[in-house]
Design a binder for this molecule. Sequence first.
Ligand code: FDA
Length: 305
Amino acid sequence: MIIETAMKKFFLFLSQNRTLNRAAKKWGLRFGAHRFVAGETIREAINKVRELNKQGLVCTLDHLGEFVSSREEAVEAADYCIRTLDAIHAARVKSNLSLKLTQLGLDIDRDLCRVNMQRILERAKKYGNFVRIDMEDYSHCQITIDLLRELRREYSNVGTVIQAYLYRAEKDVETLRGVPLRLVKGAYKESPEVTYPDKKDVDENYKRIIKAHLLSGSHTAVATHDDKIIEFTKQLVARYNIPRHRFEFQMLYGIRPQSQLELVRQGYTMRVYVPYGNDWYGYFMRRLAERPANVAFVLKGMLVK
Ligand code: FDA
């Protein structure tokens, strides 16, 4: 347990290293990252989505990007999102889009970020598609929710993510009634001042927010690999007769693929989060932090590219 906690901290620390992040862009997918990242190009990603669709899974594509520090990079990231929407439409695959506001310039200029989001949402609207704003670390939580509210005045095809490890999660879910939310446990290294330090409390809070959002009549995506939470959700929707179009399960590409298919077989909507692009390093480190057992893949990946 102590070793696991130390490894978790270590990988979360590595995920924030800008030098390694920059270097990794030139390496190509390495160290077993291809297990969690669908490819470096949009073409590879669309092919993976097509394969997943054939198995009954729907997807959300994410063009990976971290540490955007110039206006040009932010505009370029927005262009990538638009190209991803174009590619989804052209290929007629079942996928929506996930993105991060810092990619679109949130830390540089809030207005630039909003304009980038408007461009993306306009294109998504044209295609009848949906865009999910991922939730990043705590320092971006309030501003993400504020910006989401602004965007929702103009666009209904946008939602966000609430992290159960935050003390504020329950309140946020209450105030975001009617907004499509993805509910997760939370993936960042945060202080106990803002998050439940104990995993048991995170799980209890997770159940509370799933129940609250589902029962409020709002679309709810339960994004977890945790069987206990999945079972809890199944029982809840059965008990309250919640129709299947009002909720979905989500899992990450490469994690528990058999469970993903099993949920499809049982008639649930299962959406796979499919990341792609050359900026894979931070995402990959966060996945290793979640489950240090995956480090075995890194060691194998070092031997075989
Ligand atoms: P938990 O970590 O308790 O794991 C339960 C079980 O799942 C484990 O025992 C193991 O069997 C399996 N498992 C979990 N992680 C694994 C891994 N990496 N490899 C193999 N098996 C694994 N977070 C965030 O802060 N902002 C966001 O926007 C998102 N978005 C998002 C989208 C989607 C579709 C998913 C599934 C998750 C996110 N997350 C996220 C990440 C989320 O916050 C959380 O860190 C992970 O989902 C891991 O937590 P679990 O709920 O899976 O449970």
